[in-house]
Design a protein around this ligand. Structure first.
Ligand code: MG
Length: 451
């Protein structure tokens, strides 16, 4: 059976792979699998209407009702799905941080979490086993609701200490990547009494920067924070499930570092477990340990983190890319909630520059070794045997634990490559270890491929 969903839903170039015909058929499959009203939202891409209308048409053709919520951050749609009993699932038309020509479809379960792989394969089954459209008398109806952005912003505002943030009199620069957060994050900031300076905050505008909130793409925001003397810089990706911060002196804060800062803050009032995938920096585990919390590791990917958090009753969790999860709001990465929580943290604990300076320092090195898909298993077996005397964690790939850091070896899920990721307190060690393990992989593969 064919596979359509990758680690982040279905993605492709709009009009090429994500065609109206494809979107209609996947919409029909989504309708069939969810079997009750499906909520649909989009990010701000120019192909949004083409893909959305085809998906919605497909849902109706399966005899299922759809409710259109318009342009929304992914977590806002997730919040809507979870808080409305009559909604059986959701579909977001988004390609998250991918370039503007891309689009995609991400499915949301009735509890608001990202669809489980089993649910995705049911949708794939329904897609590949074509079935007739509903009879004319029983096609689904299409409704619309325009209040979901406001409901979500209000929900975020009700989960932080508004008074404390308001009293701090913050000025913040925000960069919404011309994305879905343009109508929600500035509204949340205004509700918190924060003076806001925006760039890339027109969702109809051409993207003013690369959509991934990486250091390279945030140069304008960094200089703006510095020049305006703002207390914080805030950046989202296209569908605003992630949030990245800039310090008042204009420095980029990695997602690992902001996760550590917020973990320490969360643990100051609620002791418990913090969940993150195995590729997150030890800056998080060190901080969690120091704050009296317990670190729990999962496989790479936000759905694994969310599910583990539910299972173990964690107080906080998230990914190293700025996608953080707050159980008091919902079990999914939430960009606006991350923003509001960071403001609460800074209002209580002082400047983000100082908070970041107080974190332990780690260095990382990443090497991608080309590896044919059919050799990945053999390479994994080779590594397992090679490191059998060392302390390892096999939650996802092979993570070798050293006194001063670790090396993680994982086959790529999306390309013919094997990823070597090394972290250490010493920059030289991080690099030399990554090179050492990449060298082992290359040597093994060259023998394997020539034999
Ligand atoms: Mg995203």
């Amino acid at each position: 059976m064919g596979v359509l969903f990758g680690t982040n839903g279905i993605r492709g170039v709009a009009g090429e792979t994500i065609t109206p015909k494809f979107a209609f058929r996947i919409g029909k499959a989504i309708g069939k699998v969810y079997g009750g009203t499906v909520a649909v939202a989009t990010d701000a891409r120019s192909s949004a209407d083409m893909v959305r209308s085809a998906v919605v048409s497909g849902i109706a053709a399966a005899g299922i009702d759809a409710v259109e919520l318009g342009m929304l951050p992914t977590p806002a749609l997730q919040y809507f799905v979870r808080t409305h009993d009559g909604i059986s699932g959701g579909a977001v038309i988004t390609a998250s941080h991918n370039p503007p020509e891309f689009n995609g479809i991400k499915c949301i379960s009735s509890d608001g979490t990202e669809a489980h792989r089993m649910e995705e394969s049911s949708i794939e089954d329904a897609y590949f086993h074509e079935f007739p459209n509903a009879d004319p008398g029983s096609t689904g109806e299409i409704y619309s609701y325009s209040g979901a952005a406001r409901d979500y912003a209000d929900a975020v505002l009700s989960r932080v200490d508004r008074g404390k943030i308001r009293e701090s009199g913050f000025t913040v620069c925000i960069d919404c990547a011309n994305g879905a957060s343009c109508y929600t994050s500035p509204a949340v900031l205004s509700g918190l009494g924060v003076r806001t300076i925006s760039i890339n905050s027109d969702p109809r505008g051409n993207p003013g920067r690369g959509i991934e909130p990486s250091e390279d793409n945030l140069a304008d925001l960094m200089s703006m924070v510095k020049e305006t003397g703002a207390d914080l810089g805030i950046a989202h990706d296209g569908d605003a499930d992630r949030c990245i911060f800039i310090t008042p002196d204009g420095k980029f804060v990695s997602g690992d570092q902001s996760m550590a800062v917020i973990a320490s803050y969360v643990l100051s009032s609620a002791s418990g477990k913090v969940v993150t995938p195995v590729n997150t920096s030890s800056v998080v585990s060190d901080t969690v340990r120091d704050a009296g919390g317990e670190m729990v590791y999962t496989r790479v990917g936000a759905p694994a983190v969310a599910r583990k958090m539910i299972e173990c009753g964690a107080v906080f969790g998230g990914e190293e890319n700025g996608g953080l999860i707050f159980p008091e709001m919902q079990y999914c990465r939430d960009g606006a909630m991350t923003m509001a929580k960071m403001l609460e943290c800074v209002s209580e604990r002082g400047s983000l520059s100082d908070l970041v300076r107080g974190l332990p320092e780690y260095h990382s090195a990443k090497i991608k070794v080309p590896c044919p898909d059919d050799k990945k298993k053999a390479l994994s077996d080779f590594f397992s045997a090679r490191v059998s005397d060392l302390e390892t964690d096999n939650t996802d790939g092979i993570k070798v634990l050293f006194e001063d850091g670790w090396v993680l070896m994982r086959p790529s899920g999306t390309e013919p490559a094997y990823r070597i990721f090394s972290e250490s307190r010493s920059e030289t060690t991080a690099r030399s270890r990554a090179e050492e393990y990449a060298g082992m992989a290359e040597e093994f593969l060259s023998e394997k491929l020539s034999s």
